[in-house]
Design a protein around this ligand. Sequence first.
Ligand code: FES
Length: 154
Amino acid sequence: MYQVGNLVKELTNKHGRSRASLMPILQGIVEKHNYLTDEAMVEVAKELEISAAEVYGTASFYSFLDTKPRGKYVIRVCKTITCSMKGKNEILQTLEDMLKIRVGETTSDMMFSLLETNCIGWCHKAPAILINEMPYTELTPEKVVEIIKSYMQK
Ligand code: FES
């Protein structure tokens, strides 16, 4: 049976065990499984010697706490202030129109999930989104259409 502990060990070996490793480790787990289980978060807390609450807090802040399996590509639209002021709504609207889903939903072919997230650290190049772990920045609706088309062809 697959052991989440092994993946967590692999990721901590790769990224280190400092507090700064938490995000890349969580991203690594989400990349592999599309969502985080309680078990995975407890393992991460053990490895990094921090509290499970801290892991949970970080995961929920970045909305990595998916309670159900998501699509192959999880799109996270930054909803924090800089991105909001720089056209986040248009970006979100474009995604909703193109994928024919709303925030929180997954396309019926399980290819795309659409979520909002808090600041992902690209404010200087807002508006920004993540598709899985890949950031896309300085977006316009036209750019978003091109990006999503390229994912549809993958
Ligand atoms: S506000 Fe959107 S990346 Fe920081």
